[in-house]
Design a protein around this ligand. Structure first.
Ligand code: PLP
Length: 464
């Protein structure tokens, strides 16, 4: 039986898997190094382990210290996971743009999490880096971990990830592709592989507008919805002598590749892995030598920490990543081009008798109730009318208006055609009927255009 002594021993030795769905005749096959298999779910476990071991050896991290990390997520999770093993506490200072799953993971692993505003430059006093530095300086035994320039980023990947890839592939690698932020992962592995075989190409992939592809256009702000990738500056760990090519990929394409990997190969990894895969495919198509010597791509983390973002249809819709590869269904898909019967309704000042006549003539069991200028008041149903007539013994009760008879239910939800089907379903967990609204092309106002019932929804879902 082989056992390990602690969580530290479980870091590294991650698997490499062939991406069979992306094979093309005559072009090199793609393999992925799955860093999600580390115990903390990302490549940053290797980095955190080396940072803490170095700090302990150099006596900068005595037991009882508080590790304060400025992290956009993964490094914080890894340090939170290892802090206990070093008999330390951990505080993660993280921008609010980080996913809720990552924050929950840091907390679950015992860290205190301090959330700072997103989108601040790293030298703004309220930025996560400045706040973390300040907090660690104020603590009695604070140990600050910097997120972009620590040489351990490069060294850990040189020593462990690079050596593993070389061994696992038996030295048969034509190119290595990785996402870039600090460039530690790219250049650490790249340097190791190039030392073994200078013919191996090293390709970095970053979001559109990030700095590495065009160093001369440095310091330009750029925006990405992907976690942990891209940079406004060329970071000191970047080693131009090791890197052959930089590819830029849009968030939309990166995310659709991550989703495709999950759906087609069961490989659930983050947006930076989708970015790396898309960059590798582009490189293979435009620059790779034909042949069968594999391209190895580094997948930095697990997709489970992005379930509320890139794997969530509603988030995709709100972030406007729907587009052509959208899997987002709306009420419009349900209503389709089907011609719906002309809407039958009652006015609020019509009487109970008239409403009953309309219901029975149309064979329906509910009617939207409108004002005379066609604004929605609510809904009346067969049941409410029956209940009213049974309780009113007076002659002439059926001549009372719907308003006076108090048979209008105003608590009826309204739906727009572009409402996601998931939202419609949620709504029907509390309501039996909803009113569909549409823009009136003549008045520009919203007008009632139909009723949707639970049966309509069931019918659609069953036929789908
Ligand atoms: C998800 C993810 N992908 C890629 C990277 C890029 O790694 P590096 O900083 O080594 O360039 C990171 C770094 O934090 C990351 O968290």
């Amino acid at each position: 039986m082989k056992t390990d002594h602690s969580i530290l021993d479980l870091i590294g030795s991650t698997p490499i898997v062939r991406l069979g769905n992306f094979e093309t005749d005559a072009l090199p096959p793609l393999y992925a190094k799955l860093e999600s298999a580390n115990p903390g779910g990302s490549s940053k476990d290797r980095v955190a382990k080396l940072i803490l071991q170095n700090a302990r050896e150099s006596r900068q991290l005595p037991t009882g210290s508080t590790i304060v990390v400025a992290a956009e997520g993964n490094l914080g999770i890894s340090l939170a996971m290892l802090a206990g093993e070093f008999e330390c506490q951990c505080i993660c200072v993280t921008p609010e743009s980080v996913t809720e799953e990552k924050i929950s993971l840091m907390r679950a692993l015992g860290a205190r999490v301090v959330v700072t505003p997103a989108q601040l430059s790293t030298d703004h006093p309220a930025s996560f880096v400045k706040v973390a530095r300040q907090m660690s300086a104020e603590l009695d035994k604070g140990y600050f971990v910097e997120p972009y320039e620590n040489p351990a980023f490069l060294e850990s990947h040189y020593r462990s990830t690079g050596a593993e890839i070389w061994q696992q592939m038996n030295g048969k690698i034509s190119a290595y592709v990785a996402p870039i932020a600090s460039a530690g992962t790219l250049c650490g592995v790249g340097r190791y592989l190039k030392e073994k075989d200078p013919g191996i190409k090293v390709i970095g992939v970053e979001p559109l507008g990030s700095a590495y592809a065009k160093p001369e256009a440095n310091q330009q702000p750029f925006h990405t919805r992907l976690d942990g990738v891209g940079s406004t500056t060329i970071r000191p760990l970047f080693d131009a002598a090791v890197v052959d090519d930089i590819r830029q990929i849009s968030d939309r394409v990166a995310i659709s590749h991550a989703r495709e990997l999950a759906r087609s190969q069961g490989i659930l990894v983050g947006g930076s892995s989708g970015l790396a895969l898309a960059g590798a495919l582009e490189y293979r198509k435009t620059a790779a030598q034909p042949g069968s010597v594999p391209i190895v791509i580094l997948f930095a983390d697990s997709g489970t920490r992005y379930l509320s973002t890139i794997f969530d249809d509603r988030w995709m819709h709100e972030a406007q990543f729907g587009g052509e590869d959208s899997v987002h269904e709306t009420l419009n898909d349900l209503l389709g081009s089907e011609i719906r019967p002309a809407l039958i309704f009652a006015y609020e000042d019509e009487n109970v008798d008239q409403a009953v006549a309309k219901l029975s003539a149309a064979g329906v069991s509910q009617l939207p109730v409108l004002t005379r200028d066609e604004q929605l008041v609510g809904i009346t149903t067969e049941f409410r009318l029956l209940e009213y007539l049974l309780n009113q013994k007076d002659e002439g009760a059926s001549q009372t208006t719907l308003t006076d008879a108090n048979v209008i239910d105003e608590d009826v939800p309204t739906l727009d055609r572009d409402m996601p089907i998931d939202d419609v379903l949620n709504l029907f967990s509390q309501h039996q009927t909803a009113i569909i609204m549409e823009d009136d092309p003549f008045t520009g106002k919203k007008r009632v255009s139909g009723i949707l019932t639970q049966i309509d929804l069931l019918d659609y879902l069953a036929k789908r």
